[in-house]
Design a protein. Structure first.
Ligand code: UDP
Length: 236
C-alpha cells in the first residue's frame, strides 16, 4: 500500500467549497464527494481533522451596517451548520466523527478541548472544529493555523474553490498569471497576495507549519495532496 506523506493533517474547507454550484448554502453531493475522499485518507490511517468556514451562509463582512462582533458571531454560527452537515456525511460513510465547537452548545457538539481532540484522532475519529476560534475579528484560516499548532498537525491543507494555488496576480483577471509551486511565508506577507489573511500566515510561519494551497474542484486532490503529490502551492 502506498504511504501517505503526512500522519496528522488539518483540512481547511471554506464555506465556498461546500456550496458547489449553488448560490448559497450546502450542496449535499459535494459534501458526499468530500466525505468519500476523507474516508480514503482514513483507510491510509491518516489522522484527519477539519476546520470548516461559513462563507456559504454568512461572513462577518456581509453585515455592512452591523456591529462587527455580532456579524462575526453570526459567521461562527454558520460554520457550525457546515460542521454538522459534514459530520452527517462522514458518518453515513461509516467514519466516526466528533464536532468540537469553540462556542459552547452542548446539545449539538462537544466543547473544544485540545487533549480530547488529540485523543479522538488517536482513536481514528475525524474531528471537525466548528465556530472558528470563538473570537470575533478572526477567520477560519487562522483557526486552521491555530488548531494545527495546538494539536501538532504536520500540515494545513487549504482547499480552495475557483483557484488551484497561489499566483503572482489574480488568474481570473490576468491570463499571464504565474502559479508558484513553493513560496515563503515572508513573500506571502510582503506581496499581499490575498490568498489568506496575514494572521493565519504569520501563525504558521512562527510555528513552522507548512500550508498547501490547492484546488478542490476535483475532490480527489484531497487524497493526492496527502499522498505527497506536488499539486497547488506549498508555503513554508
Ligand atoms: N469568524 C470569526 N472568528 C473566527 C472564525 C470565523 O469571527 O475565529 C467569523 C467571521 O465573520 C468569518 C465567518 O465567521 O467571516 C466565516 O468564516 P470564514 O469567512 O473564515 O469562512 P470561509 O471564508 O472559509 O467560508
Amino acid at each position: 500500500m502506498k504511504k501517505p506523506a503526512y500522519k496528522r493533517v488539518i483540512l481547511k474547507l471554506s464555506g465556498e467549497a461546500l456550496k458547489g454550484k449553488k448560490e448559497f448554502g450546502i450542496d449535499e453531493e459535494i459534501i458526499e464527494e468530500i466525505a468519500e475522499r476523507i474516508k480514503k485518507l482514513h483507510q491510509y490511517e491518516v489522522e484527519v481533522s477539519i476546520v470548516v468556514g461559513g462563507g456559504n451562509f454568512w461572513r462577518g463582512r456581509s453585515g455592512k451596517g452591523m456591529d462587527r462582533t455580532t456579524a462575526d458571531y453570526m459567521g461562527m454560527l454558520a460554520t457550525v451548520i457546515n460542521a454538522l452537515a459534514l459530520q452527517d456525511a462522514l458518518e453515513n460513510n461509516g467514519i466516526l466523527t466528533r464536532v468540537q465547537t469553540a462556542i459552547e452548545m452542548r446539545q449539538i457538539a462537544e466543547p473544544y478541548i485540545r487533549r480530547k481532540a488529540v485523543r479522538h484522532l488517536e482513536k481514528g475519529r475525524v474531528v471537525i472544529f466548528a465556530a472558528g476560534t470563538g473570537n470575533p475579528f478572526f477567520s477560519t484560516d487562522t483557526t486552521a493555523a491555530l488548531r494545527a499548532a495546538e494539536i501538532e498537525a504536520e500540515v494545513v491543507l487549504l482547499a480552495k474553490k475557483g483557484v488551484d494555488g497561489v499566483y503572482d496576480s489574480d488568474p481570473s483577471m490576468n491570463p499571464e498569471a504565474q502559479k508558484f509551486d513553493n513560496l515563503n511565508y515572508k513573500d506571502i506577507l510582503n506581496l499581499e497576495l490575498g490568498v489568506m489573511d496575514s494572521t493565519a500566515a504569520s501563525l504558521c510561519m512562527d510555528n513552522k507549519i507548512p500550508i498547501i494551497v490547492f484546488g478542490i474542484e476535483d475532490a480527489d486532490n484531497i487524497v493526492r495532496v496527502v499522498m505527497g503529490e506536488n499539486i497547488g502551492t506549498k508555503l513554508i
